[in-house]
Each structure stands twice: as structure tokens, then as C-alpha cells.
Write a protein that binds this ligand. Structure first.
Ligand code: BES
Ligand code: MN
Ligand code: ZN
Length: 486
């Protein structure tokens, strides 16, 4: 759904001719910048008991007196933070998106004025509420008829807000793209399909894309990646994407995305309940592709490499078995005690492959462990890093985009469980601290550069009635890269 988003500095809200005027109020404090007609509509709604100044409250008025807009929506934000305002904008738009409105104007009545970050998050919220998955369900409700949203900003804030608008649009599109890929059923979104998407993305946006086949991976000695892939009829693909916005010699940031297009667990088969959700096990890969799309659109001065090991984890007569020992590209041998701990196996070879780019930093993104969901739930991604500065940058980028992460520990003591009598390392520790021991496993392959790992098992998708990919952490990653580019 193509959206037209823009800014206005219109001073008189009642004169704005639009299908829907969305006024975002602050729960505490007076309303600012409303003219008399809008103010009296607000007073009437409050007096009638149809609206309370409490976070999340909203009311829709049709053809209000002395107001040019066809609909007037009041919605209450918890506070003046970008995150709260964006949330209020989202709930306001949800009220009108299924109706006859084609265009809407959003005005903030709180204090202080909207800034770049407010606009950026609010724009992303517009995308979020109007996304609809239709590829294999054409009967799904059409994407909202809403095609234009205009934000009213203060005259002095125009330039900064324009930057926020541009960034919000690019991040929103990156998020929608990642959601669309993640939502695709695994019989559609195979490793071969991901390779096609990477090639198409490169062609559209002027990126470099390369696809390594099974035989290429064999030559490189990617024994861990290939061990996971060997049980499936679908050929594995190892995708390499490059964006060059910085100097030819500037060290790149490398993003590594887990691209398991379906995780059955392999011979260590998963239980049937909710196994369908393992189509989302390529959420890390989707977030790398989404971030590339956003970055290609914004063109920051930075070099970026994307690595996506993509395969299925299937049981079969050819599948890897518990106790099998394989040799990773790094030379370390690995005893595969549990074939369901496959993410770390495909990532470790990608982390070794990353060395050839002499990276400034490597960040892997993976739906890696159920244990991370137990630790942090669905609100924050787990973040691990061997580099203080990198950890700080990721935390801040997450806060800036409301795409939060939380730093987790990497003490050597957590390495104990990974000992093996038959190989340099085992692919699982015990159940305690499962997200941490997975990270400890990866750390062994990431000693040559500043490294961070995002465990997005709890944040990459939603279960239940709203089942679907979230597009996280595209906003966090894109913001991190924009901040790095300066
Ligand atoms: N893709 C899963 C992790 C996962 C499971 C994410 C459930 C979200 C929800 C991963 O490959 C996996 O199976 N991990 C195992 C590791 C265990 C065998 C050490 C897990 O978390 O159970
Ligand atoms: Mn698994
Ligand atoms: Zn998995």
C-alpha cells in the first residue's frame, strides 16, 4: 500500500479540509494550538462523558460544527514522548482506517512541539496499522483506503521533522518488507525464494548481491551450515549483500541474519503444537533484508554487508543426528547434541565468513532460543556484545525507535556446559540460561572483531489472533547505522 506522507504548518485546524482530522491530546496538561471550534468540540465531548483525558481514550465525531474536516478524532497520549504520541496516532488511525477516509491530518495538542523523533515514530505507526497480509489470503480486507497522512508541525521544527518523515517512511517500508517475508508460508518462502528476494532487492536499489550455492559452501568448509541443510530437499543458499555508501576503504558493518525458512527441530523433532510458527525462524534474515531496503533508500555514508545463511531444518534419512561431529569453517569441531539448536550452527560459519570483510562491527540477528522468550518476554530483544561502545549504541538506537533491547551477560562461567568429550565444543549447554549459552557458543566464532548478537525469538513475531511478523528489529538496526554514519 503506497502512502503519501507529508508535513504542514497550518495554524487553524478547523479550516483544514480533510477526511479526518486527528487531534492527539496529552493526558495531563492543557491542550495547545487548537482553535475555538476544535476546542469547543473537545469540551463538548468531555462534558458528555464520551472522552476522558486518560491514555488510550479516543472519540470520533462526524461532521462537527464549524470544522472543515469530515471527521474529527480525539485521542489521548500517555505523555509527550515520541513513543507515546506514536502509539496514540496508531490507535487514532485504527478508528478511521477501515472507513471512508482517504486522507487524514494529524495534529499534536501537547507540549512541547513535535520533533524529528516524534514524526519518525508516528510515520512508522501509520505503516504499522495499515499493513495487511494478502499473498496467500487474497480475501483478506484490502489495505486501508487511507492514502495520505499529513502531520502538522511547528513552523520552527519543519526542517528536522522533514528528516524524521524521510527516515520514518524508509524504516516503515523496511519493516513492511520484513513482515511480508516473515509471514510467507515456508512452502513459498524457501531458501531459493530468499535468494531471489535478495537479487531483486539488489537490482531495484543498486546493491551488490551474490548467492553462494551448496558447492560453494563446501569449498569454503562451512561444515556446520551444511550439516543443518543436509536433511532437506530444498537446496541451501548463502546470501551476500553489499551496500557502499562510505569510502572504498572504510570498514563495513556486517549484519548476519538467521535464515532458517522452517525449523522442525530435525531429528530432535519439535512437538506439533505451534510448530507452524517456525516459518518465522527466518525473522533475522528478513530483518537484514528490511534494513538493507531502508538503508538503500536513505543512502547514509556507511558501508554495509549482509550475510544470510538460508536453509531448512528437516528430519530425513540424510539428516544430521544427535552425536554427529562436524567441522565448522573456523576449524573448530562441533558435537551436535541437539539438532534443534541449528541456528547457532548456521550462524557460526557466517561469523567466520564475516572475517574477510575486516568489519568495523558484526551484528547477528536470530530467532535463536525459546529461553530468550522466557527471560525477556515479547517486549525487548536479548542483546549480547563483546564491545561496550557497540552495546551502548544498540541500546540507544533501540530506545530512539521504540524497538527495545536489553543487554545480557557473557561471563566465561556460562561456557562450562558447552564442553564435549568428542569435539572442541558442543552445540548445547543445559536448559538453565539457554539464551546465554547460545550466545557463548557464537562468541567462540566472533573473536576477530567487535561483535553483538540480538536474540529476537520473542520479538520477531506475534502469536495468537494477531499472529504475524513484526519487522523487528529493522528500526533498531537502521537507526544504529544512521547514527554510525553521523
Ligand atoms: N528457532 C528455535 C528458537 C525458538 C523456539 C524461537 C521457540 C521462538 C520460539 C531454535 O532453533 C531452537 O529450536 N532452539 C532450541 C535450543 C535448544 C535445543 C537448546 C530451543 O530454544 O528450544
Ligand atoms: Mn531449532
Ligand atoms: Zn531455529
Amino acid at each position: 500500500m503506497d502512502f503519501n506522507l507529508q508535513l504542514t504548518t497550518a495554524s487553524s485546524l478547523s479550516k483544514v479540509a480533510t477526511d479526518a482530522l486527528l487531534v492527539v491530546l496529552q493526558a495531563s496538561g492543557a491542550a495547545h494550538g487548537l482553535d475555538r471550534a476544535v476546542e469547543s468540540a473537545l469540551e463538548a465531548a468531555l462534558e458528555a462523558g464520551d472522552l476522558e483525558l486518560k491514555p488510550g481514550q479516543s472519540v470520533l465525531l462526524h461532521r462537527p460544527a464549524r470544522i472543515a474536516a469530515t471527521r474529527l478524532v480525539f485521542v489521548v497520549s500517555a505523555d509527550a514522548s515520541p513513543k507515546a504520541v506514536a502509539k496514540a496516532v496508531a490507535s487514532g488511525l485504527s478508528l478511521i482506517k477501515g472507513g471512508g477516509s482517504r486522507q487524514a491530518t494529524v495534529a499534536w495538542a501537547g507540549d512541547p512541539a513535535l520533533t524529528q523523533d516524534h514524526v519518525q515514530l508516528a510515520v512508522m505507526a501509520c505503516r504499522e496499522v495499515t499493513y495487511s497480509y494478502r499473498l496467500t489470503k487474497p480475501s483478506a480486507p484490502a489495505p486501508s483506503g487511507l492514502s495520505r497522512v499529513t502531520f502538522r508541525v511547528a513552523a520552527g521544527q519543519e526542517a528536522a521533522c522533514k528528516v524524521g518523515l524521510k527516515r520514518g517512511v524508509a524504516m516503515g517500508e523496511g519493516v513492511s518488507y520484513a513482515r511480508e517475508l516473515a509471514n510467507r508460508p515456508a512452502n513459498h518462502c524457501t531458501p531459493t525464494h530468499l535468494a531471489l528476494e535478495a537479487r531483486q532487492l539488489a537490482k531495484t536499489w543498486g546493491l551488490k548481491a551474490q548467492v553462494l550455492e551448496r558447492k560453494d559452501a563446501e569449498k569454503l568448509g562451512m561444515g556446520a551450515f551444511l550439516a543443518v541443510a543436509q536433511g532437506s530437499e530444498q537446496p541451501p543458499k548463502f546470501l551476500v549483500l553489499e551496500y557502499q555508501g562510505g569510502g572504498a576503504k572504510a570498514a563495513p558493518v556486517v549484519l548476519v541474519g538467521k535464515g532458517i525458512t522452517f525449523d522442525t527441530g530435525g531429528i530432535s523433532l519439535k512437538p506439533a503444537a505451534e510448530m507452524d510458527e517456525m516459518k518465522f525462524d527466518m525473522g533475522g534474515a528478513a530483518s537484514v533484508l528490511g534494513t538493507f531496503r531502508a538503508i538503500a533508500q536513505l543512502k547514509p555514508k556507511i558501508n554495509l554487508v549482509g550475510l544470510i545463511p538460508a536453509c531448512e531444518n528437516m528430519p530425513s534419512g540424510r539428516a544430521v543426528k544427535p552425536g554427529d561431529v562436524v567441522k565448522s569453517m573456523s576449524g573448530q569441531t562441533i558435537e551436535i547434541l541437539n539438532t534443534d539448536a541449528e541456528g547457532r550452527l548456521i550462524l557460526c560459519d557466517a561469523l567466520t565468513y564475516a572475517q574477510r570483510f575486516k568489519p568495523a562491527a558484526v551484528i547477528d540477528i536470530a530467532t535463536l532460543t525459546g529461553a530468550c522468550v522466557i527471560a525477556l518476554g515479547h517486549h525487548r530483544s536479548g542483546m549480547y556484545s563483546t564491545d561496550e561502545a557497540l552495546a551502548g549504541e544498540l541500546t540507544r538506537s533501540g530506545e530512539q525507535t521504540a524497538d527495545l533491547c536489553w543487554r545480557m551477560p557473557l561471563d566465561d562461567e556460562y561456557d562450562e556446559g558447552l564442553k564435549s568429550n568428542f569435539a572442541d565444543v558442543a552445540n548445547v549447554g543445559g536448559r538453565p540460561g539457554g539464551s546465554i549459552t547460545a550466545a557463548m557458543f557464537l562468541k567462540r566464532f566472533a573473536s576477530k572483531y567487535p561483535w553483538a548478537h540480538l536474540d529476537i525469538a520473542g520479538t520477531a513475531w506475534k502469536s495468537g489472533a494477531a499472529k504475524g511478523g513484526t519487522g523487528r528489529p529493522v528500526p533498531l538496526l537502521t537507526q544504529f547505522l544512521l547514527n554510525r554514519a553521523g
